[in-house]
Design a binder for this molecule. Structure first.
Ligand SMILES: [Zn+2]
Length: 65
């Protein structure tokens, strides 16, 4: 699933949206309906992922879903 993360330039709200290659329109902010949102490029990892103490799974880049 092509899920991209966006950040609203107006209110700073971060949200995720499913974007298909054929669907190139701006998703808009769900918080304030502002259309000027910034697509956040990610490397595919949740950098904010918190790993519990003692976790020995190795990778912190597990696919979500
Ligand atoms: Zn907004």
């Amino acid at each position: 699933m092509p899920i991209y993360e966006f950040e609203c330039k107006k209110c700073g709200k971060k949200f995720e949206r499913l974007i298909f290659p054929s669907d190139d329109k701006n998703p808009g902010c769900p918080e304030c309906n502002h259309e000027d949102v910034q697509k956040i490029m990610s490397s595919g990892c949740k950098v904010t992922l918190k790993v519990p103490a003692g976790y020995s799974g190795g990778s912190s880049c597990a696919p979500s879903g």
